[in-house]
Design a binder for this molecule. Structure first.
Ligand code: BGC
Ligand code: BGC
Length: 610
């Protein structure tokens, strides 16, 4: 009797929870699935039908604001989009207000055109709204990859989107879903992982973070998955400039290209990504930006990508020495919008001629413009009842403590503990004295890396509002704890523990390619000086990739790979002092030496805790 009743209750409960599950799934499906971009075709095609060839080509054109000498070019050249490149700040200075004013000034010009189609303004918000002073700077993707936390990645990009919208801008050239296969590449840190599975798991959440479930939400930002495809698979020595890998040639068969480098795009497209940036690089000697099989057959036809393709910065120029011919090849291959920072007039004139000569069919132009207009309609840009100017009320949350808190959480979860002898970590907050050393302990620029304020990044005090490791340690410890500091690590005698922060100095594309990944002599010396004091030494490494550690790892009692964590140094002290346990797992294999890269010092997925 008892058991009988028990079973009835259990059955009832099961049915109820199954129902609840179904209902909640229904809700997440309904709320979680963005409308297909092609559902905006009726509006897009009606507008297209009213457009002249010049108006259509204008929509396919994106100059960099820094090369627009006369703002009336916006109406004369019918520009559909504008970007700010890595160092393309407003002339009035790099403040939030100056950015919003710049955006508004440019956007207002579109009201002077016949069709009044708003401009899509794009920027590299690749780890926060990183061009703008005072923005929260998040860990670069390599660190986010080590969190293995899709919900956190989505939250990070949600905050980034909100900070981007505070400047009026509606488009981020992110996420980078590269799958870097050789850590000598200077863009390794822009990729979540060398492992396609990790990239696959984080690409969709990153896109959803930017775009939300509805692009028309005023807090949504158009995402751009980049750089399609194989940017992380180029051969060492195949670089366009110099001897490295950047913009080089991926020499792999199609099965490998798909297995390794396509996974992130499959997920990004499933999440409704509205734009994708083809890569500068080549695949078996052919520039991706001119490859119809990749751009049209795989991306648009096979994966069903309904958004538009934006070429990389002057990438079309590399397809053929004859610029006009290069444009024809790229547009016919499936490129929809061209990032033509300074040569926009030449590009527009050439493309018009190519259409008149029949080299580029009108149907290709119409397809490109339909794709761009779909996105503009989906984003609510064509909604006449809605202001396209900056919502100045968003300045309140820009760089706010709430936003910094999300970054701090991302920093904590991205840290990978590689060594912890004799339970050196966590440190006690009541410890008598900590000696802090190393060139990066009090250097926000080194902590943020490339693509921060400047295109290549810069050492030093680059942006207000952040917290260096030294400052974070001072905040974390008890009132009785003494903190001493020397850049070179000397003077540590008598301290109860030492913390040395070393690593790479900022770089971005091209400049970051390296043949060897040795630590700088001053970093090795700082660790040795600290160790000479006979105290337990904690080493924190800032780097855009695993480095060759040689003797430093042996000298360290504890070793933390912190990647390029961004402005929130307190995420590091949260872990150092044991408020939060370390949980990051390597998203790249850590090699013993560059020459023997298959001889792992630490394997993919490695990471200790306490
Ligand atoms: C721009 C970058 C761009 C680079 C390309 C720089 O001047 O600021 O955004 O990626 O040129 O070469
Ligand atoms: C980079 C892209 C970037 C673009 C605009 C290029 O040089 O490869 O990642 O989005 O510049 O700054």
């Amino acid at each position: 009797m008892r058991t009988h009743r028990y079973f009835r209750w259990a059955a009832l409960l099961c049915a109820a929870s199954a129902l609840a599950f179904l209902v909640s799934r229904q809700i997440t499906l309904a709320a979680g699935q963005p409308k297909p971009l092609s559902s905006f075709d009726p509006q897009a095609k009606a507008l297209l039908a009213r457009m002249t060839l010049e108006e259509k080509i204008g929509q396919m054109t994106q100059p960099d604001q820094e090369f627009i000498k006369d703002r009336s070019d916006i109406e004369h050249d019918l520009l559909g989009s504008i970007l700010s490149g890595g160092s393309s700040d407003p002339k009035e200075g790099n403040s939030l207000k100056a950015w919003a004013d710049l955006y508004d000034r440019l956007q207002q010009h579109t009201t002077l055109t016949r069709l009044k189609i708003p401009i899509l303004y794009g920027v590299d918000a690749v780890h926060g709204h990183n061009n703008v002073l005072g923005a929260v700077i998040f860990p670069h993707n390599i660190g986010l990859g080590c969190t293995r936390n899709p919900a956190l990645v989505e939250k990070v990009e949600r905050v980034t989107a909100e900070e981007v919208r505070a400047t009026g801008i509606q488009w981020a050239f992110a996420p980078c879903v590269a799958v870097p296969q050789d850590i000598r590449w200077g863009r390794t840190y822009e990729g979540f992982s060398e492992d396609p599975e990790v990239v696959k798991a984080l690409a969709g959440p990153a896109v959803r973070g930017f775009q939300g479930t509805d692009l028309a939400n005023p807090l949504s930002v158009l995402a751009c998955a980049k750089h399609f495809i194989g940017d992380g698979g180029t051969a060492f020595g195949s670089a366009r400039k110099g001897t490295g890998l950047d913009q080089g040639d991926a020499r792999v068969d199609e099965a490998t290209l798909r297995r390794v480098h396509l996974q992130g795009y499959i997920e990004a497209v499933n999440a409704g990504v509205g734009s994708i940036m083809p890569s500068y690089s080549s695949w078996n000697g052919v520039k991706v930006s001119g490859n119809k099989h990749l751009l049209t057959e795989i991306l648009k036809q096979e994966l069903g990508f309904e958004g538009f393709l934006i070429s990389d910065y002057n990438a079309i120029d590399q397809i053929d020495p004859d610029y006009k011919k290069a444009i024809g090849i790229s547009i016919n291959a499936g490129m929809d919008m061209a990032m033509v920072p300074s040569k926009y007039k030449e590009y527009e004139a050439d493309l018009k001629q190519l259409v008149q000569e029949g080299v580029v069919p009108m149907s290709r132009i119409d397809d490109a413009v339909t794709r761009i207009l779909r996105v503009k309609f989906a984003m609510g840009l064509m909604d006449r009842g809605r202001s396209q100017l900056t919502d100045r009320s968003l300045s309140k949350s820009f760089g706010s403590p709430e936003h910094r808190q999300v970054a701090r959480e991302a920093v904590r979860e991205s840290l990978v503990l590689l060594k912890n002898s004799n339970q050196t970590l966590p440190l006690k907050k009541t410890i008598a004295r900590i000696h802090v050393g190393g060139k990066s302990a009090d250097d926000l620029g080194n902590q943020c890396g490339g693509w921060t304020i400047d295109w290549q990044g810069k050492s030093g005090d680059i942006t207000p509002g952040g917290t260096t490791v030294l400052a974070a340690i001072r905040k974390a410890v008890s009132g009785k704890t003494a903190i001493t500091f020397s850049r070179d690590g000397t003077g540590a005698a008598g301290a109860a523990a030492g913390v040395v922060v070393i690593g790479e100095t900022p770089y971005a594309e091209g400049n970051g390619d390296r043949a060897d990944l040795k630590l700088a002599p001053e970093d090795i010396a700082a660790v040795a000086n600290m160790k000479a004091a006979g105290i337990p030494v904690v080493v924190i490494l800032f780097s855009g990739r695993p480095m060759i550690l040689d003797g430093v790892l042996d000298q360290a009692d504890a070793f933390v790979a912190a990647w390029l964590p961004g402005t929130e140094g307190e995420g590091i002290t949260d872990v150092l002092f044991g408020d939060v346990k370390p949980k990051g797992k390597l998203s790249y294999t850590w090699p013993r030496s560059v020459a023997h890269k298959d001889d792992a010092l630490f394997p993919l997925g490695y990471g200790l805790t306490y």
